[in-house]
Design a protein around this ligand. Structure first.
Ligand SMILES: Cc1cc2nc3c(=O)[nH]c(=O)nc-3n(C[C@H](O)[C@H](O)[C@H](O)COP(=O)(O)O)c2cc1C
Length: 450
C-alpha cells in the first residue's frame, strides 16, 4: 500500500524571518530532517510544496517538488499536493515542515492506527492536544479538494473515523514559528533525553576532559540560555568570560590553585559579578553607583551564581560535563587582571567544561530532612549528621571499589562528612586562611561591602 507524504513548505516564514524549509537545525536543514524521518518510517514518496519564487531545496533530496502561487497558504499547498499524488497512492501523510522535529516512531504509530477497520485519519496527541503530521486514507484526504476546505474541516467532518496516538514528543504540537522556536529546537536536538528535573538528579562534577573543542556557537547558546535566570531587580549584574585560548587558560589554572583539569578542559568559563554596566548606567544619568553597598555586592554575586548554576545545568543537558571552580577566589586581583575585567567586577567562580573523560561516582547529598523543612525549621541535627556521615562513607566505599579511589588515591572509608567538614572549616581551616585577604581584595576590585 503506497504512502505518500505531502510536505507543505511554501509559507513565507514571516514571523521566523526565514524560509522554514531551509532552517539550519544544527547541521541539517528542516526539510532534510523531514525527508529523513519519512524515509525512516517507510514512506514511499515525498512531495514538497513550494512557492514558485522560493529558494532551491538542498540537492539529492529525492523528492518531487510542486509549486503554488500566492503566499503559500496551507490549504492551497495541500490541494497542489493532492493533484500531484501518484494514482496508486493509498495513504497520504500531511507533514508540514514546521514540525521537523517529529520522529519516525510517531509516523510509524500513525501508520499502525490506519490499519484498523473504519479508521480514515490518524493524528498524534501531545498532552491531549492534536498535532502533526496527520495520516489519511486517500479517500479522506480527497475532501481537501472541496472549495475552501482546510485540513481541520476534513478531520472534523466525521469524528468516528479519526484515531489519535499519544506521544511524548512536544514537537507534534509545537511548531517552528518564531526565532525562539528555532533556538529551542536546536537545543532539543542537541540535548540529553532527560527532563530538566531528571537531569538535576544526574549531576556530577567532572574533572577530566577530552581535548575535543566545544563549538563557539554552542558556547554562545549555552551562555545565552543561562543568562535567562532570574536577576535581582533586573540588574543583570553578571558577565561570563569564556576562555578557550590555551595560554590564558594556563594562567587561569595557575591562579586557581594549579588545578590540572582547567588546563585539560577545552573551556574555562569565568562567571563574574559585574557592576561595571550598572556604574556606567548610573553615570549616564549623572549619578554614582553605590558599589560600597554590601547589598549590591550580594545582588551581583547571587545573580552571577544563578547564571552559573543555569550554565552548568545547560552544559549537562547537552551531554557535556562541567565543574565549578571556587579557587577563582584564591587570587582574585590577578585573575581579574588576566581576564581584563573592568572595575566593579570579580570572578565569583570559574567553570571547566567539555566532553568528560571521567565517570565519577555520584556524591549523594545530606539526608533530605536536614534541608527540607515543612512550615518550621526542624533543628534536630544529630540524625542528619549520622546520615551525612553514612552517605560519605558509602561514596568512599563505592569509589574505592569501582575506581580505586578518588583522584588516583584511595579514599578513607571511615571518615564521614562531619569529620571532613570539621577539618575543612574548623579552627585550622586552610580554606579560611587562604581567603583571609578576600574582603580587602574585593574592595580593591571595587566592591565596598558596607
Ligand atoms: C561554587 C563552587 C565552587 C567549587 N569549586 C571547586 C574547585 O575549585 N575545584 C573542584 O574540583 N571542585 C569544585 N567544586 C565542585 C564541588 O567540589 C562539588 O560540587 C561537590 O564536591 C559535590 O560533588 P558533585 O558536584 O559531583 O555532586 C565547586 C563547587 C561549587 C558549587
Amino acid at each position: 500500500m503506497r504512502t505518500v507524504a505531502i510536505v507543505p513548505a511554501a509559507g513565507r516564514g514571516q514571523r521566523m524571518g526565514a524560509d522554514k524549509a531551509l532552517l539550519d537545525l544544527g547541521g541539517t536543514t528542516a526539510i532534510e530532517r523531514v525527508v529523513a524521518t519519512c524515509r525512516g518510517a517507510g514512506i514511499d514518496d515525498v512531495i514538497v510544496v513550494r512557492r514558485g519564487d522560493a529558494a532551491a531545496l538542498p540537492a539529492a533530496l529525492g523528492v518531487t517538488v510542486v509549486t503554488v502561487a500566492g503566499d503559500g497558504e496551507m490549504a492551497d499547498s495541500l490541494r497542489a499536493g493532492y493533484l500531484a499524488l501518484p494514482s496508486d497512492a493509498a495513504r497520504v501523510l500531511v507533514f508540514p515542515v514546521d514540525h521537523a522535529l517529529v520522529e519516525a516512531d510517531t509516523v510509524l504509530a500513525l501508520g499502525a492506527l490506519l490499519h484498523r477497520a473504519g479508521v480514515g485519519i490518524a493524528l498524534p496527541l501531545f498532552r491531549g492536544r492534536p498535532g502533526h503530521p496527520v495520516l489519511l486514507t486517500r479517500q479522506a484526504f480527497a475532501e481537501i479538494e472541496r472549495p475552501g476546505a482546510v485540513l481541520r474541516d476534513v478531520v472534523r467532518a466525521d469524528r468516528t473515523r479519526v484515531q489519535a496516538v499519544a506521544t511524548a514528543n512536544p514537537w507534534v504540537h509545537a511548531d517552528l514559528d518564531r526565532p525562539e522556536d528555532l533556538r529551542a529546537a536546536v537545543c532539543a536536538l542537541h540535548g540529553e533525553p532527560w527532563s530538566t528535573v531528571a537531569q538535576m538528579f544526574r549531576h556530577r562534577s567532572h574533572r577530566s576532559y577530552r581535548p575535543d573543542p566545544v563549538p563557539h556557537a554552542q558556547l554562545e547558546r549555552l551562555v545565552d540560555a543561562a543568562r535567562h535566570a532570574s536577576t535581582s531587580s533586573y540588574i543583570q549584574a553578571y558577565a561570563v568570560v569564556v576562555v578557550t585560548d590555551a595560554a590564558i587558560k594556563h594562567d587561569c589554572a595557575r591562579l586557581c590553585g594549579g588545578q590540572q583539569h582547567i588546563v585539560e578542559a577545552p573551556v574555562f568559563a569565568a562567571v563574574c559579578a559585574d557592576l561595571h554596566k550598572l556604574a556606567a548606567a548610573c553615570g549616564r544619568h549623572g549619578t554614582e553607583v553605590q558599589a560600597q553597598s554590601l547589598e549590591l555586592f550580594l545582588q551581583a554575586t547571587v545573580d552571577a551564581a544563578l547564571l552559573g548554576q543555569n550554565l552548568q545545568l545547560a552544559v549537562e543537558a547537552e551531554g557535556l560535563g562541567a565543574c565549578m571552580i571556587g579557587a577563582a577566589r584564591n587570587q582574585p586581583i590577578e585573575l581579574a587582571a588576566r581576564l581584563g575585567l573592568p572595575p566593579h567586577a570579580y570572578v565569583v567562580f570559574g567553570m571547566t567544561l567539555g566532553v568528560p573523560a571521567d565517570d565519577p561516582v555520584p556524591r549523594g547529598r545530606l539526608p533530605l530532612a536536614g534541608v527540607l523543612h515543612w512550615d518550621r525549621y526542624d533543628a534536630r541535627v544529630e540524625p542528619v549528621l549520622d546520615g551525612a556521615d553514612e552517605v560519605m562513607r558509602a561514596w568512599a566505599r563505592r569509589a574505592n571499589a569501582e575506581q580505586g579511589g578518588y583522584g588516583g588515591r584511595p579514599v578513607d572509608e571511615h571518615k564521614g562528612w562531619t569529620e571532613r567538614m570539621a577539618r575543612a572549616w574548623g579552627a585550622d581551616s586552610a580554606y579560611a586562611k587562604a581567603r583571609r585577604t578576600l574582603r580587602d581584595e574585593l574592595r580593591r576590585l571595587g566592591f565596598g561591602l558596607e
